[in-house]
Design a protein around this ligand. Sequence first.
Ligand code: NCD
Ligand code: ZN
Length: 382
Amino acid sequence: MTTGKTGGTTGDTTNGATGDATGGATGNLRTLTITRPDDWHLHLRDGDLMAAVLPWTTRCFARAVVMPNLRPPVTTAAAAAAYYERILDALHPDVDFTPLMTLYLTDTMKPAEIERAKAQGLVVAAKLYPAGATTNADAGVTDLARARPLLEALAACGMPLLVHGEVTDPAVDVFDREAVFIERHLRPLVESMPDLKVVLEHVTTRQAVAFVEQGPPTLAATITAHHLLLNRGAMFQGGLNPHFYCLPVLKREEHRLALVAAATGGSPKFFLGTDSAPHPRAAKEAACGCAGIFSAPVAIEAYAAVFEQAGALDRLEGFCGRHGPLFYGLPFNRGTLTLERRACSVPSTVPDGAAGDLVPLAAGSSLRWSVVAPPAGLIRGD
Ligand code: NCD
Ligand code: ZN
């Protein structure tokens, strides 16, 4: 990572180990250059909405693990390839961006589908949605035991299992569903399949952090910007705020603090996954609003703010651009991204590609870091 100070002098460092960026001593730090980051958990949607949201991701991220919860879900290698082509078709021609595709596991999928996806080369992981756990998860897995042959196929070909880790049991309080999922399902799974790489997606609790930290090297987790920035109070501040509703739902402050410690602590088991999940404003501001926070327009700026607050800007690069590729066995990106310590104002809405709009995370507010010199010459909103 390269850091720059007031007056334009820059200091080259090895993997971010610089006095300027540690211990909260960031008073003079003006720019921060990191390996171009990746987003290891992203909802890109499809059609006009995809075309509208894609530039917000490609302005910063070189690659993204694209979630398969479309309608219908991406359950075959052929569907993943077709979705991949639609994403490439929607890209601005100058943009250098690689979608990393995923398969949506179902009760009826056969292991051969995983082998086909592996051979095809576009799919990097398979996503486990417990049936009904979240947006477009109705076709998910109803019983992990029945999915065992699929998990064995994943382990055999070295493809990670990405887990939405929440039980759907209505008797379990919504704030406890992640912690209960870990004890009921994930711990036994990880213990019984030591060869299976598992990413517990969008961790939200101190129990999840502890489980991942204590687990084998085959176990990792993604952390969203919104779970680092917000606790559950945000949903109820001054009234009911649907734009802070996501799944897994925001948790208490003690959990947010555990996530900040995990993200900024330097462990390679934790890496960036925005879970940016756009829903048109009308679908969020509704009697039964959709779960999902659209964070792509502010994601890297928000992570930078969290790392700065924690006095850990020197570790931002590892979290954003190193730990993910190491876990997935993919090369590091070669380009860089530069952030500047200059206020960036977040628009209150952005177009959704149809007649409506989207409300981004931190809408209408200002963040301390801005992206400069986007690598592909693409400016936000282009
Ligand atoms: C996601 C979506 O809208 O697709 N929603 C969310 O709240 N995160 C699905 C998911 O990742 O759970
Ligand atoms: Zn998600």
